[in-house]
Design a protein around this ligand. Structure first.
Ligand SMILES: [Zn+2]
Length: 122
């Protein structure tokens, strides 16, 4: 699969090897292996990466919108709470799964793993 296909598979939560099998068996839980090509997903460990990107990206959007609304209209506090808390939850939950799939696909593409001492003469 080419690089664009791997990225597309990751964004859609599909296997980065075949692009057909499901990467997730729950909302954020990974399947043990691909149901189509039998790729073992034990290599996959996105760690805190998806959460960091979600915090930075969605936080930038929500805080920017809240500041814009406050400065331009002086909206009351209850309006901020009603608008930004549900929007932040929806955007964060959606982006978290998408970014986790993307980071695992990129991990597969680049054969990334934790550094280990004593391997390959290092
Ligand atoms: Zn597969």
């Amino acid at each position: 699969m080419d690089d664009a296909g791997i990225v597309r598979a990751g964004l859609l939560g599909r296997c980065p090897h075949c692009g057909a099998g499901k990467l997730f068996c729950g909302f954020l839980s990974l399947a043990e292996r691909c149901e189509e090509c039998r790729l073992d997903f034990s290599f996959a460990d996105a760690g805190d990466g998806p959460a960091v990107f979600v915090i930075l990206l969605i936080g930038f959007v929500i805080v920017g919108l809240a500041l814009w609304l406050e400065v331009s209209t002086g909206a009351p506090l209850w309006l901020h709470l009603v608008l930004w808390i549900p929007l932040a939850l929806i955007l964060c939950l959606t982006a978290l799964r998408t970014l986790k799939g993307l980071l695992i696909a990129l991990q597969f593409r680049n054969n990334a793993a934790e550094g280990r001492l004593g391997e390959k003469g290092r």
